[in-house]
Design a protein around this ligand. Structure first.
Ligand code: G
Ligand code: G
Ligand code: MN
Ligand code: NA
Length: 254
């Protein structure tokens, strides 16, 4: 198992990486942006997934520093894209956990490296539904502050937690991401289709975008298009990749 000391070394020595997974607009098939997914290139254990070390990062408090690195890296990538791609509209979504949302340094981290111009409003923050129920008040004020700064908010894994569709209406969000367990049931379980249709209907009412997660089959993709889902993400459309050029058709870095 990884120790706190190992993780502190990983941060200091630059062993963390972001992998990128594309998000596709279901109306025109274009990549709208990517979700950034954290990885640890461990010198002996190989590539570690968030489940292997994010809980440790949370317990030890290192998640605050790691989160700052993630945000800096996302801003650097956006700055590069907007400087090199003509008429760029791509976004990067980063995941933020409970401890980060509760910490005032999140806002400082976002502000301190935010680029000027269009790149500066191309960041999204993903927070889990649970977090918007349990810590609603503290969480909401941070989300309001982020949105004032031009950062958009997505509620992640929606439908998996305990909040109701009505609760969605109270959240200060721009996008809702449908939990992959409901997407998995499309075409197989009518209840799952009803849940997805309900989330899409509520989101449309609120004027927020809907992203379906975990799309693995063309049947699921067709069902989502039929239900009017805005965009989708999943292994069918693209796996997380270390090289963002595998995900988004970008000019080569010089
Ligand atoms: O990449 P993977 O599917 O294994 O991600 C698993 C989980 O880890 C997801 O729920 C995701 O939200 C979380 N995660 C991925 N990257 C980050 C990150 O940069 N920070 C935090 N706090 N969580 C992350
Ligand atoms: O909780 P969050 O949505 O941030 O988690 C994202 C995780 O989902 C990443 O670890 C990513 O590897 C994983 N993921 C992305 N697409 C798919 C998919 O099509 N199927 C499954 N099972 N997992 C996926
Ligand atoms: Mn996510
Ligand atoms: Na998710």
């Amino acid at each position: 198992l990884q120790t706190e000391d190992d993780l502190a070394v990983a941060v200091a020595q630059g062993q963390l990486r972001l992998h990128y997974q594309p998000i596709i607009d279901l109306r025109d098939g274009h990549v709208t942006g990517v979700e950034a997914l954290l990885r640890w290139e461990h010198p002996r254990r190989g590539l570690l997934q968030p489940a292997d070390f994010v809980p440790l990062a949370e317990r030890s408090g290192l998640i605050v520093e790691i989160g700052k690195w993630v945000i800096d890296e996302a801003w650097r990538t956006l700055e590069h894209w907007y400087a090199t791609i003509e008429d760029c509209h791509l976004t990067i979504a980063v995941n933020v956990s409970r401890r980060q949302l509760a910490n005032a340094e999140l806002l400082d981290a976002v502000a301190s490296s935010q680029p000027t111009g269009p790149a500066g409003s191309a960041l999204l923050v993903e927070v889990s539904e649970e977090l918007l129920v349990a810590d609603a008040n503290a969480g909401f004020s941070t989300l309001h502050a982020l949105r004032m700064m031009g950062v958009r908010v997505a509620v992640d894994d929606f439908g998996a937690g305990v909040s109701s569709l009505a609760h969605l209406q109270t959240m200060p969000i721009d996008h809702v991401k449908v939990d992959r367990h409901f997407v998995a049931g499309l075409g197989r379980h009518r209840q799952d289709e009803a849940v997805v249709a309900g989330i899409i209907g509520m989101a449309k009412n609120m004027g927020v975008g809907v992203v379906a997660e975990g799309v693995e089959s063309s049947d699921q993709l067709e069902a989502l298009k039929r239900l009017g889902c805005d965009s989708a993400q999943g292994f069918l459309l693209g796996r997380p990749s270390a090289d963002v050029r595998d995900v988004v058709d970008l000019p080569a870095l010089e």
